[in-house]
Write a protein that binds this ligand. Sequence first.
Ligand code: UT7
Length: 319
Amino acid sequence: MSFRILGTGSALPQCVKTNDDLAQILDTSDQWIRTRTGICRRHVMTTETVTDLAAEASRKALEQAGIVPEELGWILCPTVGGDYITPGLSATLQAALGAHCPAMDINAACSGFLFALDAAEGIFARKKARYVLIAAAEGLSRIMDWEDRSTCVLFGDGAGAVVLGEGESLLSLHLETKGCPEPLHGCFPGGNSPWLSVKPENHFVHMDGQEVYKFAVSTICSGIETILQETGVSPEEIRHVILHQANLRIIDAARKKLPIPGDRYRLCIQETGNLSAASIPVLLDFCRRDQLLKPGDLMILCGFGAGFTSGTALVRWEP
Ligand code: UT7
C-alpha cells in the first residue's frame, strides 16, 4: 500500500521582483541571472506569512481532492522553516486549516518533499490515516543576505501542496543524505546566552554555488538511473520529469546526460526561482493546471539540496 495523489495546489506571494528590480539594489544584471540560472522573476513575501502560503496551497489541494480538513489523518510540512523556530509550520498550518490530526515538519532542505512522500508511504502502510496532506512552504527571502548577489538572486517564496489517499501510485522511492553542511547552510540567529563562547555565524544562507552545482547534477543522474534500472521502466515511458527547480543549467546538464527524451522535463524556474522544498509540488500543480498530466502517466520527481540530501521517486499519475 502506498498512496494516490488526489489533489494539488500552490500559492505564491503577490509581490513579483524581476531581475531588473534586483539590479536596482545589487551589482547584478538581468543578463547575468538569466544566462547563469534561467530565472527571470521570483515572488517574495511582503505581508504574507509562510503559514498563509501553506494554507492557500493546502485549501486548493483539499478542494480539488474533495476532502475537508477534519478528514485529514496527518499533515506533513517539508520546509526549512515556518513562521517560528518552534512551533513548526505544521502546527500553525493545522490551526489555520482547522484540522485536528497530528502534524510535523520535515527539514530535508530542497529534498523535503521526497522525504515527506516516504513518511506518507509509511503512514499509509501502517493504516494510520485515510488522507495525508503534504504542504511544502518556504519563505527564504527572509534568510537571504540581500547584499550577497551570488545567493539572493536564486531564491523565491511560495508553497505547494498535495492531498494523498490510499493507492498504489508510488512505484519506487530513494532517499540519500550525505552529511556535508559546509557548501550550503544557514545558522540559528544568535541569542544572548552568557555562556556561549563560540560566536555564531550570521543567520543568512551561505552557499558555495559550484560545489552544490556538482552535487546536484551527479545526484539527479544517479538517482534517476537507479530508479530506471530498479523498476525496468524505459526512459521513453517517462512522461514527466519534475526536478527541483534550482538552476536551469543544472536541469540542462542532467537532461543531456540522461536517456529520457528532452521534451519531458517540466519547468517553472523562470517564474518562481528556487522555492526549496516547495518547488516540486508547485511545479506538479502547474503541470496539472496546464492539463499536461494524463491518467496513467509515469513521472519522476527528484529533489536535492542542503545536507546534502537528495530523493528520487517514480510515481504514476492516477488522480
Ligand atoms: O537548491 C539548491 C540550491 N543551490 C543551487 O542549486 C546552486 C547551484 N549553483 C549555481 O547555480 C551556480 O553555481 C551559481 C548560479 C550560484 C553561480 O554560477 P557560476 O557560474 O558558478 O558563477 P561563479 O560563482 O563562478 O561566479 C562567476 C562570476 C564571479 O565574478 P568573477 O569572480 O568571475 O569576477 C561572481 O562574482 O559571477 C559573479 N557573480 C555575479 N555577477 C552578477 C556571482 N553572482 C552574480 C550575480 N550577478 N548575481
